[in-house]
Design a binder for this molecule. Structure first.
Ligand SMILES: Nc1ncnc2c1ncn2[C@@H]1O[C@H](COP(=O)(O)OP(=O)(O)OP(=O)(O)O)[C@@H](O)[C@H]1O
Ligand SMILES: [Mg+2]
Length: 375
């Protein structure tokens, strides 16, 4: 193979937030047509680095070079014009608009007298979809699409800016295995077109499946860039966490504690039928199933967030300890939702406030929030 061509180079990027040094002298070089995985533990700085590259944040120091030339990327529009697009996990699509309208939002191909040329937008969207080998009705509303199809719309939108670098920040988090296969096929066809894909994931199996090279970030520093073929999974984890992998996950306990939770014949007509299981103290119970199989519904029934039609939930032998969510929290249930953006956290609020609101009762005195107790 010919000498790999460098499309983009980051040099000495630094970024601090109040109280946090998010990135420290990060340098990275990306080659044309490669899938470059960016891995690291939570808070390592992956998203921050990508937000700098895509113009969402400004670096405090460092340079970005495109094709050897230093460029200023002051906002997302400038990044897109430079050929750098990012697909966030939380999409920026307008749900009530069609596929084609979303792709050409705010910059529709102008027709006669500058009118939005819908036909041109649809044609262009169709041909971009064909280029990555995906069939999707361009008139379909985005809200009717599956997650992976919405991702496809984001990708096509990026391609419509003639993206040469496409950043995917945890694209697989909400995908089923089948959808992931579809995404990987798209990524491979992007590669063939010479697009460089930066792929962020916590799923190392995926990284080994799709990446050509891997850069490891830890505490805002680059721990190294390696060809994926030269890494083992254990070696990669060691680089990510900076210690031996035996303690990456806590040891699995025997789970032989006293019985804590018992579910007997739980039913929700048409959705859940005759569900029974026991859970002992210290045990981890996995609930597996396809999207729509009722995993979330079952959890929500346990927590009193959804009603059930028959059956019993016993917590420490007490029947129906969780008729409402508030009772469930009081009785000792905790809940971390799968949808942290829509349901889980109040993004603009602080960690402290988020912790308080989950358990507001204990911070209230005569209906007023006692801020002193928050600390
Ligand atoms: N807007 C912000 N304001 C303040 N601190 C921030 C902001 N964005 C990120 N940080 C902090 O910067 C550090 C790096 O965060 P970043 O989101 O880049 O990590 P990450 O590697 O993407 O993590 P994850 O795998 O959880 O997505 C963290 O300590 C984070 O709390
Ligand atoms: Mg992130």
């Amino acid at each position: 193979m010919a000498e790999a061509e460098t499309v983009l180079r980051l040099e000495g990027i630094c970024k601090s937030f109040p109280g946090v040094r998010a990135l420290e002298q990060v340098s990275l070089e990306l080659r044309r047509g490669e899938v470059h995985a960016l891995v690291g533990e939570n808070g390592a700085g992956k998203s921050t680095l990508m937000k700098i590259l895509s113009g969402v944040y400004q670096a405090d120091a460092g340079r970005i070079l495109l094709g050897g030339q230093e460029v200023a990327i002051r906002n997302p529009r400038e990044a897109q014009e430079a050929g750098i697009s990012i697909i966030f996990q939380e999409f920026s699509l307008i749900r009530g608009f069609s596929v084609a309208d979303n792709v050409f939002l705010n910059r529709e191909p102008a027709g006669f007298l500058g009118h939005l040329d819908r036909r041109a937008a649809r044609e262009r969207t169709r041909s971009l979809l064909a280029e990555i080998g995906i069939q999707l009705p361009v008139d379909r509303k985005v809200e009717e699409l599956s997650v992976v199809e919405q991702q496809v719309v984001e990708i096509v939108k990026a391609l419509s800016f003639t993206a040469s670098v496409l950043i995917m920040d945890e694209p697989s988090a909400a995908l089923t295995d089948q959808e992931l296969g579809r995404l990987f096929r798209i990524i491979r066809s992007l590669k063939q077109r010479g697009v460089t894909v930066i792929y962020i994931s916590h799923m190392l199996e995926e990284v080994f499946q799709i990446a050509d090279r891997v850069t490891v970030l830890k505490d805002g520093r680059v721990m190294g860039t390696h060809p994926a073929g030269e890494l083992t999974k254990d070696g990669l984890i060691r680089l990510m966490v900076g210690r031996q992998i035996e303690d990456y996950f806590p040891p699995l306990g025997a789970g032989g504690g006293p019985e804590l939770l018992e579910v007997r014949g739980l039913q929700r007509t048409g959705r859940l039928a005759d569900i029974s299981f026991q859970l002992r103290a210290g045990e981890i119970l996995g609930l597996a199933g396809m999207v729509g199989s009722g995993r979330n519904l079952l959890a929500r029934c346990l927590l009193g967030l959804e009603p059930h039609d028959a059956g019993e939930i016993l917590l420490r032998g007490t029947r129906n300890a969780a008729r409402s969510f508030r009772q469930a929290m009081k009785a000792g249930f905790g809940y971390i939702t799968d949808d942290r953006k829509a349901l889980g956290i109040l993004g603009p609020r602080s960690l402290k406030e988020n912790l308080t609101i989950a358990n507001l009762q204990s911070y209230l005195a005569w209906g007023f929030l006692r801020r002193g107790r928050e600390n």
